[in-house]
Design a protein around this ligand. Structure first.
Ligand code: NAI
Ligand code: MG
Length: 337
């Protein structure tokens, strides 16, 4: 049975890596029936609109999208398309798993899943300036908010994820000692949710700055981390760094009615069109997409193939090797056969 899904090739290296991914998914026998749509610069060139209605309609219909990176045009008054998509489809959970795939790096055997609240906090802040004396912008103000409902929903998502994926512990990361209201509410709701999972999933909490230090000194103590929007943004990049950087970092934006899967990295204009982009982050994102639609079997085959390919020594340029996108794609197709 085919599952309709929206496919957005995106900008820069997007079309190259998406092409590689589609080929590999086909060879896996993945059940997706792609509806190709435009967004980003590609869409501006086509219709003048960076996020056309046809693309939004498609995602509304399929509830499932694989998205290449989009170049956010600087200036021109475009809001970030990624932020718009999160809001439009209420994609409240940002899932960022990180696992060591390449042995011999600075950190071995890392396996951490970060769950980031995706709609609130300082990223939904009302920002403005206030004048003082002659300076109209003497004071900068930002009013972020967290709602009790959303705090509960995201922590529940994290605990639920832990149960479904055989994870043992969830760490709630906050700054409730200083941002007593904004992140105190998050911790308060988090503790309530944790009680409901007592005996099934362990819980602890960490202050975000201490957590950042511990992630570098002893990352193995972490299993699932759940945190607010801004902290999650920062810590997820830190965690991606533990496992080899942007080329290895997959992501998912998940809501109740829709989910959008994408690599964490951007459109990499510096290497676009050269055939050297690393498609692994995008491939790992499709692994999450396969799990999401209940095909963990195919996701496992995909990651096992990637493991074998990397064990055989293949590396793209960002990982210090010489392989191009095509080489990696061919090597992986061979591993999957
Ligand atoms: P970037 O992630 O595109 O690139 C940063 C560096 O990492 C570059 O040197 C690039 O060559 C390298 N890199 C990234 N992905 C790679 C891959 N798969 N293989 C090999 N090397 C890779 O970040 P940057 O340059 O800050 O942003 C470029 C554009 O992408 C901007 O317009 C930005 O707004 C957009 N962007 C879009 C995102 C999305 O759609 N989710 C996320 C981040 C940025
Ligand atoms: Mg970020």
């Amino acid at each position: 049975d085919k599952i309709p899904a929206t496919l957005i090739p995106g900008d820069g290296i997007g079309p190259e890596i998406v092409e590689s991914v589609v080929e590999i998914l086909d060879s896996l026998g993945a059940p997706f029936e792609w509806d190709r749509q435009l967004a980003g610069l590609a869409a501006v060139g086509d219709s003048g609109d960076p996020l056309p209605l046809a693309t939004l309609d498609s995602i509304r219909r399929t509830g499932l999208a694989l998205k290449g990176p989009l170049t956010t045009p600087v200036g021109g008054g475009f809001k970030s398309i990624n932020v718009t998509l999160r809001k439009e489809f209420e994609l409240y959970a940002n899932l960022r798993p990180a696992r060591t795939l390449i042995p011999g790096g600075r950190f071995e055997a890392i396996d951490i899943v970060l769950v980031r609240e995706n709609l609130e906090g300082f990223y939904a802040a009302m920002e403005h300036y206030m004048p003082l004396g002659h300076d109209p912008r003497a004071i900068a103000m930002s009013t972020g908010f967290n709602t009790r409902t959303e705090c509960r929903r995201i922590v529940e998502y994290a605990f639920d994820y832990a149960v479904k994926n055989g994870r043992k512990k969830v760490t709630i990361v906050h700054k409730a000692n200083i941002l007593k209201a904004l992140t105190g509410l998050f911790l308060e709701e988090g503790r309530k949710v944790a009680k409901e999972y007592e005996g099934r999933v362990e819980m602890n909490d960490r202050i975000v700055d201490a957590c950042a230090m511990q992630l570098v000194l002893d990352p193995w103590q972490y299993d699932v981390i759940v945190t607010t929007n801004l902290f999650g943004d920062i810590l997820s990049d830190l965690i991606a760094g533990l496992v080899g950087g942007l080329g290895m970092a997959p992501g998912a934006n998940i809501g109740t009615d829709a989910a959008i899967f994408e690599a964490v990295h951007g459109s990499a204009p510096d290497i676009a069109g050269k055939g050297v982009a690393n498609p692994l982050a995008m491939l790992l994102s499709t692994g999450l997409m396969l799990q999401h639609v209940g095909r963990a079997d195919l996701a496992d085959r995909l990651t096992a193939g990637i493991d074998r390919m990397l064990a055989a020594g293949l590396r793209t340029r960002d990982l210090g090797g010489t392989a191009g996108t095509r080489d990696l794609t061919d090597a992986l197709l061979q591993q999957l056969r």
